[in-house]
Design a protein around this ligand. Structure first.
Ligand code: GLU
Length: 492
């Protein structure tokens, strides 16, 4: 069999959708699993949807996610795009300039497989309205099929506005096999004479995708479900050109927790959002791979290499895959725990600085102490802000102690806190002391169990739950501990 060649062919219309990242990932995994090539092609023929900077952003996301590709459009260190590969240009608007689609459309027109259409937008609108009113499926009625080639050419030469349409044969079954959905078939009587070249001279997606996939020697077209209904048009075009069609692989839709298509309306969908929230790329990739696919082993934590090794279309589900952020949190927390403290410190520091909790000049030791303390409880880096607010932010707000107020008021609590304060005032705070101080207070006050731990934990952290006491002592240090105890003793 020939070398496997797959492509990710996004349109640069804005941010990268989680579903798009998954399409890129499955292409990448399949290519690497098969020892094939992965290509990035940019489909920008819909000029109305083009967004400045979207292309660069897209490449950055792929780079960030380590989905490296072999051919296509790349970014150099100055942020400028360049191409690599022998089947370029890889940006469709450049392929327009190179005359690639022109050449191919003329071939179809010459062979009577496509025709010029001069119908105005008003006529098409009216036609559509009428068809709808008659309860028919709206589609082109073929009026311009009747214009002779010579006449049509004359009108084109005279500058009359036109498009080029595919001339579908009547009553022909178009069949293809999708690697996930199985055999699909549709009759041309239920299809439209698709526009191939628009009035602005640009090819439509349907035309460009076929010409390009053929020329780039793509063997498997792996893309979202939403394109499955367009595929018969593509399959017919291959036939019209006398080319062999690739294998089609349509991926199940990425759904939100409400089982509706994941969209901006029901969730965060931009990969950039997840980057910002502080998910690790390996965790995001690991989780996204599982949205619509599962390995034979049913493992849920898979490294980059394990994903490549285990990926196959056989285990891609036919129905949609649900993207559940809580599940992503779970996967991500696993990766967070694998980080060494220093790595975690580097990741969470920007969030703490942005919250105004710390300065750039915080010591590595202090940062690492924070990392060690919160590593177990962090699902994602951005959570460090809420989890550390008891240290940095909430101390001066009286409501802070609302839920624990009453207990702090007891005689035992006061005794325990006074003892703690006394020891810390005399000895400061260090690791050895942090480890032994609770025992000492117990011995010296005779108070133990909940009555001992509760006041210390709540006075110092404002909550009954949270990190281990040793960590709380170390992070607050002498001054922090004394301030908090004073606050409680004075106010309760
Ligand atoms: N340009 C299309 C998109 O933005 C690609 C569809 C395909 O892969 O054929 O989704």
């Amino acid at each position: 069999m020939s070398e496997v060649r797959v492509r990710f062919a996004p349109s640069p219309t804005g941010y990268v959708h989680i579903g798009g990242l998954r399409t890129a990932l499955y292409n990448y995994l399949f290519a690497r699993n098969q020892g094939g090539k992965f290509i990035l092609r940019i489909e920008d023929t819909d000029r109305t949807r083009f967004v400045e900077g979207a292309l660069e952003n897209l490449i950055e996301v792929l780079n960030w996610a380590d989905l490296d590709y072999d051919e296509g459009v790349f970014l150099d260190e100055n942020g400028k795009t360049f191409e690599k590969g022998e089947y370029g240009p890889y940006i469709q608007s450049d392929r327009v300039k190179a005359g690639i689609y022109d050449e191919h459309i003329h071939k179809l027109i010459d062979e009577d497989k496509a025709y010029y259409c001069f119908c105005s937008a008003e006529r098409l609108d009216k036609l559509r309205e009428q068809q709808k009113a008659d309860g028919k499926m709206p589609r082109y009625d073929g009026l311009c099929r009747g214009i002779s080639k010579e006449e049509a050419q004359k009108r084109v030469d005279a500058g009359e506005e036109h498009v080029v349409r595919l001339k579908l044969p009547a009553n022909k079954d178009i069949q293809f096999t999708d690697a996930i959905k199985g055999n699909l078939s549709i009759n041309t009587n239920d299809m439209d004479d698709q526009v191939l070249i628009k009035s602005d001279g640009f090819p439509t997606y349907h035309f460009a995708v076929v010409v390009d996939d053929h020329h780039m020697k793509i063997t498997h077209v792996i893309r979202g479900d939403e394109w499955v209904s367009s595929t018969p048009k593509h399959v017919y075009l291959y036939e019209a050109f006398g080319w062999e069609a690739p294998t089609y692989v349509h991926l199940p839709t990425v759904l939100g927790k409400d089982k509706k298509k994941l969209s901006k309306r029901n969730a965060d969908v931009a990969v950039e959002d997840f980057k910002k929230k502080g998910y690790l790329k390996d965790a995001l990739i690991n989780y996204i791979a599982l949205v619509g696919w599962s390995p034979e082993t049913n493992q849920e934590i898979l490294s980059h290499d394990e994903l490549i090794e285990q990926f196959s279309f056989e285990r891609v589900s036919k129905s949609g895959g649900v993207f559940d952020e809580a599940k992503l949190d779970w996967v991500n927390s696993h990766y967070v725990k694998e980080l060494i403290d220093r790595e975690l410190s580097e990741q969470i520091k920007p969030y703490l600085i942005e919250a105004g909790y710390i300065n750039e000049d915080i010591s590595d030791e202090k940062m690492d102490e924070i990392s060690a303390t919160f590593k177990k409880s962090l699902n994602k880096f951005s959570e460090i802000v809420e989890q550390t607010d008891f240290i940095f932010a909430k101390f001066d707000t009286p409501e802070f102690y609302e839920d624990v107020k009453e207990n702090l008021n007891s005689e035992d609590s006061k005794k325990v806190l006074t003892k703690l304060k006394e020891i810390v005032e005399n000895e400061g705070m260090n690791e050895e002391l942090a480890k032994t101080i609770m025992k000492r207070i117990q011995k010296e006050t005779g108070i133990k169990g909940k009555s001992l731990f509760f006041p210390v934990r709540s006075a110092l952290s404002g909550s009954e739950h949270g990190p281990e006491m040793i960590h709380i002592f170390m992070i607050l240090g002498k001054e922090g501990i004394i301030n908090r105890i004073n606050y409680v003793l004075e106010n309760y």
